[in-house]
Ligand binder design. Structure first.
Ligand code: ASP
Length: 429
């Protein structure tokens, strides 16, 4: 059985058995289910931590090496500006899809709810606390926080919001190296290559565990939530998923065809392992090592391009998140019967594009930004309580698009000069 089939099997079994368990073996009546879900938590955590532990070494080595290679050939400016242009274009397209679908399909019209209960929702209260803390910062602090005072400290707190600062350090360090080191055999370059290769090895081991890890994570999620979480907001969730599908199969497919002159279908086939992985973990950062591996080995994207684009994109290019933010804000405006002026809809577009750039690539990373966006356009942020039940599922879907977007941009930046390496033969192997 091929690796992606094993991943898919783990995923499908997790959903099916999780749902069966939810409806027939509730934990209150069947205490052994507690032991089983604990065992799943352990398996899922071991698998995730094997990946998480290489995120920092891989991100730093990949980005420094990518920038060093590009800087030496003086190709950095071109790759960076193309990546930036595609990021803006694709995020903008994603938000426009969100705005159009939500205005046309009106998922929030007629949704009834208990306003008082919503305001007491613990999830909403904690998001609002974060927003208040963020709002108390002066504006320039956002910029100074991007530059790390101590990169070791940023590395240690990479999953606590410091990953962008770490990336800035790696970008600057790689650029500096390209000016100071001429020789490929320089010991530091060799060492960074070795760190990268060894990290890939750990990913290989983690991938052997992946079908079980994914089963465990998905089983626990569905066993906890059942299918009932969709009831109230199924239509809203449907609109989000439809938007994500349009971005993936229309926008990305067209871009691959037009700008890279490559077959979108073959490209998507080559990425399927990454999709299953992003869906199961709901984290772009956790999927980064797998994406780097697939980009180099399966998609054959030149390492210097994929390392640069994917590592930056894991935090800075999140089309699925941008689309989701647009739908949520307009949905909540409809729920509260507010009509957003054209000016406010423009604010939603701009802020959603920016939020796609600034969201942490971790599960639920976009929630605080959605709350800020709601406040900005006069939509009550406590309305987010309505969607929290369905958020984990939608997070899995939008993260898949986020990571897919990074891979698409790497291919677009690599250009149509790249060998047509994604031949069916290579994908099959
Ligand atoms: N979970 C998403 C990611 O990691 C971020 C978000 O939209 O919450 O890409």
């Amino acid at each position: 059985m091929k690796q992606y089939q094993k991943l898919l099997l783990g995923f499908v079994l997790g959903v099916v058995l999780g749902l069966i368990g939810y409806y027939t073996l509730p934990q209150k009546t069947y205490p052994f289910m507690k032991t089983f879900t604990d065992f799943c938590t352990l398996t899922g955590a071991i698998f995730l931590r094997m990946i998480f532990m290489v995120v920092v070494p891989m991100l730093v080595s990949a980005l420094i090496l990518g920038v060093f290679e590009l800087g030496k050939g003086r190709g950095l400016g071109k790759v960076a500006s193309r990546s930036f242009a595609f990021t803006l274009l694709l995020s903008f397209m994603a938000v426009m899809i969100a705005i159009t679908l939500t205005n046309v399909l009106q998922p929030g019209v007629g949704v009834t709810f208990d306003k008082e209960a919503l305001a007491q929702n613990q999830g909403v209260i904690s998001i609002q606390k974060n927003v208040t803390a963020a709002a108390s910062k002066p504006w320039f602090q956002y910029f100074t926080d991007l530059i790390p005072q101590n990169p070791i400290d940023s590395a240690a707190r990479a999953f606590g919001g410091e990953i962008i600062a770490l990336m800035i350090f790696a970008l600057m360090f790689g650029t500096a190296l390209s000016f100071t080191v001429q020789d490929e055999n320089n010991p530091l370059i060799k060492m960074l290559n070795t760190i990268f290769e060894a990290s890939l090895k750990i990913i290989e081991w983690a991938m052997a565990l992946a079908p079980y890890g994914i089963f465990a994570i998905v089983f626990n999620t569905t066993y906890r939530m059942g299918a009932g979480f969709l009831q109230n907001v199924a239509y809203f969730a449907g609109v989000v998923v439809l938007g994500l599908l349009i971005q993936q199969f229309v926008v990305y497919a067209l871009c691959l065809k037009v700008f890279a002159k490559t077959s979108p279908w073959k490209f998507f086939q080559g990425c399927k392992e990454v999709y299953v992985y992003a869906f199961s973990t709901a984290s772009s950062n956790a999927t980064l090592p797998v994406a780097l591996d697939v980009a180099e080995r399966t998609l054959k994207i030149p390492a210097k391009v994929s390392r640069f684009v994917l590592t930056c994109g894991a935090s800075a290019n999140q089309n699925g998140t941008a689309l989701f933010e647009g739908v949520v804000v307009l949905f909540l405006a409809q729920v509260y019967g507010l009509s957003l002026s054209l000016e406010n809809q423009l604010v939603v577009v701009l802020m959603s594009v920016l939020a796609g750039v600034g969201t942490a690539g971790v599960p639920g990373g976009s929630l605080p930004l959605i709350a800020i966006l709601c406040v900005q356009v006069g939509v009550p942020p406590e309305g987010m309580g309505l969607i929290l039940g369905v958020d984990r599922f939608l997070d899995m879907c939008r993260t898949t698009l986020n990571v897919s977007g990074d891979l698409v941009i790497s291919r677009l930046v690599a250009g149509d000069t790249m060998d047509e390496a994604i031949s069916s033969k290579e994908i099959a192997s």
